[in-house]
Write a protein that binds this ligand. Sequence first.
Ligand code: SF4
Length: 319
Amino acid sequence: MDKPPLIILLASPRGFCAGVERAIEIVEQALHKFGAPVYVRHEIVHNRYVVEGLEAKGAIFVEDLTDVPEGVPVIFSAHGVPKHVPEEAEARHLFYLDATCPLVSKVHREAERHERLGHQVILIGHTGHPEVIGTMGQLPEGSILLVESVDDAQRVAVQDPDRLAFITQTTLSVDDTAEIIAVLQSRFPRINGPKKEDICYATTNRQQAVKAIAPESEALLVVGAPNSSNSQRLVEVARKLGCKHAMLVQRASRIDWAALEGISRLGISAGASAPEILVEEVIAACRERFDVTIREIKVTTENVQFKLPKILDETALSA
Ligand code: SF4
């Protein structure tokens, strides 16, 4: 029997960002340079496939520094860590490498700068996400106010509206964050902050690419993990644009084929921590059931690259 035709609208950019590539490279280079095992505090990036691949090469993932023995390197994940984590590592004389994305570190420095200027800091972000825990942990406990929604922004009580600043998580919805900031700015007209927000280029570009394909897609698959903030936001962005069947899928084996029955246009994207090989796997699974035509919709080109820490950078060492 002939397979039904399916047009795949492939969002571009999608998948790995420069911060994720750098974090994975740090673990791989550390394994190469120091040998296995190398410990990693928290999933280096939120993707099981990536984590399992690194485990197979000798990385050991732990949630707490107390689980790291003496004498082995430990790496902090791309999401960033509260200040007490490197302090604890130093107190124990552990050798650590920081794989925090430079764009997250930039937000950490903003928080510190605001504190120095005497501004109370409001962080727009999601409770419990490791990046939020890391950013809040840049200042003394209890000093950063967390705002998650427009409701929170309407209610948040501040010490002095004239000495106030906001910063944001890097992987939020661009549109939802703009609404939250608008509320803060109307309540506190003198609030300080970045020009727009601190959402990173990769999150912004992936959301734009999903916006370009969602209105024409009868269903949309975002390859990514449930604990990946930027992947979850892509699903929400697609749903907001009327694509009801927008779903997160970790692997091709998890696709809900019943939900795709009878469709002829499928959008596909991937979160910043999802490798392209998993997108290829999803497309290959579609080809088994459909006569697939691929149309890649590119909204922008990315060429961001981040340097490795000096101790791992071969070019820096040989320069
Ligand atoms: S999603 Fe953005 S902030 Fe997070 S690692 Fe990638 S570039 Fe850095």
